[in-house]
Design a protein around this ligand. Structure first.
Ligand code: NAG
Ligand code: CA
Ligand code: ZN
Length: 599
């Protein structure tokens, strides 16, 4: 505990210093943007505070920033991004490692990492986006001027580090190749670490552990699992009508060229395909077609236990359908093979394959919950849906679409932010926004021509109020949450509600201004507000920094609009964010409702 005590006091000094030099009150929540404290171990006996250096974001508007390499013949994103970053940060090019790039619809994205003596730094990263003229449209970085770098040759063996990590985290090494990376510490020193994946399926744990390669101490973790921790409200009598329908060929062949039941080489007649495998118990527990020709017709019977055979088949079918549908529409808006999506066969379109989503329905590991694990590109995302035991018979989260979409969206945001590492929504504030985006995606899918308040999770708990504290609403009476609520909120779902409510207001403004498209999921090329919204949602994920804050994420939305729509919605976005306290001068969880001059 000693290092944490020391850290706490240094932060207190920093807070006092800040309050002495600015007029703003300094919320005690400032660490939310750079730290996360987790209780680990089966009884939470290990308290681990992880550190993520502050990230910055700069957007360069509609025109972008000219750059010496922009117009040279044969634009090369690797050379251009390394040279831009080195000159921008005033460091040598040896200090920058180009990791990967992704060509997206409106920008080319480079993802880079700081390196010290040729060894990459896990938590000091950067990304640079270029437009089609090779100009820089945005850049973000969490690079650190380190002092006191550890020797790059480990003195602790990988085997010893694995045993330390297994013991501390209560799981086992899963065999994924370990790496050696520096890790910046809160005092700006750089520790050398063995980076090892540790899993415990029964307890729903999946960590990336950073074990000091000189002292054999566990220094940090990436938690690939985003857990729901739902606020359960008292039960009332209302039962929702579910409205099951038979859909014929819902797959989108642009996004899934061989449909949902083939990976381009192997066809199936079960809930196993290129994007998703949905099952109960184990991956062999898939649901098969009910008659010849890919028919999955299983009528859910709400009057009997969800564990009866037909209800299991209905739930597996529904989860398979939703996760494939999310794959297909998000693909059209830019979550593709190249931008680190989940598919077994990538059809030669970039990115890493062999990582379709595994969906475990009625997973026996828990109740009243659901979770999604997002390891790096190339390893399957894992969704686990549990039963809810508030009602009798129990209810199944796999047939409440907003819960499935919420979980699935964790995979999208964790993959697109930071370029496929799964490491970039780890701070308290970024983790909170992760929850917010997931609710927002469910909200977007549920809306019709007239924007209405959105409630999440009312079926599983049999309560029309759902599982969040407020409906998402344009009414500040119905939902009073503002940026400044972050001063007192510490739990990621609670922080997520603030972000999701802001985005609900952005959505409503866009629909008011541009109308609503009924074909938004299949046609991303029209101009209505819900189409615009989904473009900005996904575009901004690729632009924003690793471990974004509300401020940098907002700026990424503004820049996404510049990239795709030449800034047509600039003032609309500012007004919507400012209406909930995230105006131009908002900072440090203090509200501001100012919009830029001219808006
Ligand atoms: C949308 O536009 C893209 C790029 O021009 C095109 O490839 C695609 O077919 C269009 N999609 C629809 C549904 O019109
Ligand atoms: Ca992939
Ligand atoms: Zn969640």
């Amino acid at each position: 505990m000693a290092p944490f005590t020391k850290l706490l006091s240094s932060v207190l000094i920093a807070l006092l210093y800040t309050s002495a030099t600015t007029a703003m009150p300094s919320p005690s929540s400032l660490k939310h943007s750079t730290h996360r404290t987790r209780s680990i171990g089966s009884r939470g006996e290990l308290k681990l505070e992880t550190f993520h250096p502050e990230s910055t974001f700069e957007g360069y508007g509609v025109d972008g920033l000219d750059h010496p390499l922009a117009r040279r013949g044969g634009f090369d994103i690797k050379t251009a991004s390394v040279s831009f970053l080195a000159s921008k940060l005033g460091i040598s090019q040896d200090g920058v490692k180009f990791r990967t790039s992704a060509e997206a619809q409106t920008a080319q994205h480079a993802f880079l990492q700081q390196q010290i003596n040729g060894v990459p730094v896990a938590n000091a990263v950067a990304n640079v986006a270029f437009n089609s003229n090779g100009k820089v449209v945005s850049f973000s970085s969490s690079f650190v001027k380190t002092s006191n770098n550890a020797d790059k040759i480990p003195t602790v063996s990988l085997a010893d580090a694995i045993s330390t990590a297994e013991q501390a985290l209560g799981g086992t090494y899963n065999g994924h190749p370990a790496t050696l990376e520096f890790l910046v510490q809160p005092d700006d020193s750089a520790a050398l670490t063995h980076v090892i994946q540790i899993q415990n399926e029964k307890e729903g744990k999946w960590f990336e552990a950073f074990v000091d390669a000189h002292s054999n101490k566990l220094l940090s973790v990436t938690d690939f699992v985003t857990k729901a921790s739902y606020l359960v409200l008292p039960i009332n009598e209302e039962v929702l009508t579910q409205g099951f329908q038979t859909l014929t060929d819902p797959q989108d062949l642009t996004a899934s060229p061989d449909g949902w039941h083939s990976d381009g080489t192997t066809s199936t007649t079960t809930t196993a395909g290129n994007n998703v495998i949905a099952f109960k118990g184990s991956t062999t527990g898939v649901t098969s077609q009910s008659s010849s020709g890919l028919n999955f017709i299983y009528t859910q019977n709400a009057g009997v236990a969800p564990t009866t055979a037909t209800n299991v088949a209905a739930a597996v079918t529904n989860a398979f359908y939703i996760v494939n549908s999310v794959h297909d529409f998000s693909y059209k808006y830019g979550f593709t093979e190249a931008t680190f999506n989940f598919q077994n066969n990538n059809f030669g379109k970039g990115g890493r394959g062999n990582d379709r989503v595994t969906v475990s329905v009625q997973d026996s590991a828990g109740v009243d919950n659901a979770d999604f694990s997002t390891p790096p590109d190339g390893q399957s995302g894992a969704m686990r849906m549990f039963l809810w035991d508030i009602t009798n018979p129990e209810r199944d989260g796999a047939i409440e679409n907003d819960i499935v979409i919420h979980e699935n969206t964790h995979g999208i945001t964790n993959r697109m932010t930071g370029g496929g590492t799964g490491r970039c929504l780890q701070t308290t504030e970024a983790g909170g926004m992760g929850e917010g985006w997931s609710d927002t995606m469910a909200d977007w899918n549920a809306q019709g021509a007239t924007t209405v308040d959105f409630v999440l999770g009312q079926y599983v708990i049999n309560n029309p109020a759902g599982i969040r504290t407020h409906p998402y609403s344009t009414s500040a009476t119905t939902n009073p949450l503002r940026y400044s609520n972050l001063q007192t909120l510490t739990e990621v779902h609670a922080i997520g509600e603030v972000w999701a409510n802001m985005l609900h207001n952005v959505y409503a403004s866009l629909v008011t201004a541009h109308g609503w498209s009924a074909t938004a999921r299949t046609n991303p090329n029209t101009t209505e507000g819900n189409v615009v919204f989904m473009h900005l949602f996904l575009d901004s994920l690729l632009l924003q920094p690793c471990n974004p804050t509300f401020l940098t994420a907002r700026n990424a939305w503004i820049q996404a609009d510049a990239n795709r729509f030449a800034g047509a919605n600039n003032c609309l976005l500012w007004h919507a964010f400012a209406s909930r306290g995230l105006g131009v001068n908002a900072a440090n969880h203090v509200d501001d409702s100012t919009v830029p001059a001219g808006c």
